[in-house]
Write a protein of this length. Structure first.
Length: 304
């Protein structure tokens, strides 16, 4: 999804639709900051500003009773997926009408930081942010084909206790969520979810993807935390040996009956269409219904 600008509409209905399933909190929403009754559509990110060539891979999150957070990858030198890329944030205190100055949430020098997957821990109220990093100047192609060690692609978590105003340093969680033979790895991109139904109430769940094997086959998996994002493990894992799908760039949400619905990109179009979906009945640990092609969902092979 190539964007020259990231636009956020002030339409309450659209904003609610975008956020359902991604900011599910266990508490009632607190009163929001004062905001105008209406305002013009706003543009939190413009290409060529703040020292960045391009902004891509957006993710938005509403803090209950607080700021609207708009994350993105700030790509310094080009629109490419590799190179000097920072994780940036702009906050709005009036529901997206106006935006505070750009913040750099994570900067790895000349390396790539990206794929923001934010979620609110419903018990502490902290904003938990999981991202990925490619170290040592490696490119995605080098990682996928095995030209560099699998370990250069890593996974991090950080958190904010003040609604996104400040952030903890990135903490490396790669060892607990990435198998040794997985090459490429990415979370999201987009959103995580906090479950709010049944015995897994409060679980944080993140969609992710990986590649492995001599053909660098792409598959989907989940990251699960039951302690507010302090520790993580891998949940469901797909595809199986007999599945023809090449899954990556997933998104998920909790349904009203407590099941988790997952929708993923079929990257190689190995089946009809470019999308596939699945269900989990145990809070994202396993799949009760495996990924199936969805040929009636038509579109290009892009982030959905």
């Amino acid at each position: 999804m190539r964007l020259r600008a990231v636009r956020i509409s002030r339409s309450p209905a659209l904003l609610l639709a975008l956020l359902i399933g991604t900011t599910t909190a266990l508490w009632p929403a607190a009163p929001a900051h004062a905001r105008p009754a209406s305002c013009e559509p706003s543009v939190p990110y413009e290409s060529g500003t703040s020292g960045y060539h391009t902004f891509r891979i957006p993710a938005a999150l509403q803090v209950p009773g607080g700021a609207l957070l708009a994350f993105a990858e700030g790509r310094r030198d080009s629109a490419a997926d590799d190179g000097d890329i920072d994780l940036v944030l702009r906050r709005s205190l009036d529901g997206g009408c106006t935006w505070q100055p750009l913040q750099v949430v994570a900067d790895a020098g000349k390396d790539t930081v990206g794929n923001p997957a934010p979620v609110i821990d419903p018990y502490s109220g902290d904003v938990v942010l999981v991202t990925c990093r490619t170290i040592g100047g490696a490119t995605k192609r080098q990682v996928v084909v095995g030209a560099v060690a699998e370990s250069v692609r890593r996974v991090y978590v950080q958190r904010s206790t003040d609604g996104g105003l400040s952030w903890s340093p990135q903490r490396d969680i790669t060892a607990s969520v990435k198998a040794a033979d997985w090459r490429w790895y990415a979370v999201g991109p987009g959103h995580a979810a906090a479950l709010r139904h049944g015995p897994r109430r409060g679980r944080l769940l993140i969609p992710a993807n990986h590649s492995a094997g001599p053909k660098a086959r792409s598959g989907a998996h989940s990251l699960v935390s039951d302690d507010g994002g302090h520790s993580w493990r891998v949940g469901y894992l797909s595809p199986g040996a007999d599945e023809p799908l090449a899954l990556n760039e997933s998104t998920l949400t909790e349904l009203p009956d407590g099941r988790v619905y997952v929708n993923a990109r079929d990257h190689d179009r190995t089946t009809e269409g470019s999308r596939a979906d699945a269900y989990s009945a145990d809070g994202g640990l396993t799949l009760s219904v495996p990924f199936r092609p969805q040929p009636l969902i038509e579109g290009p092979v892009v982030q959905g």
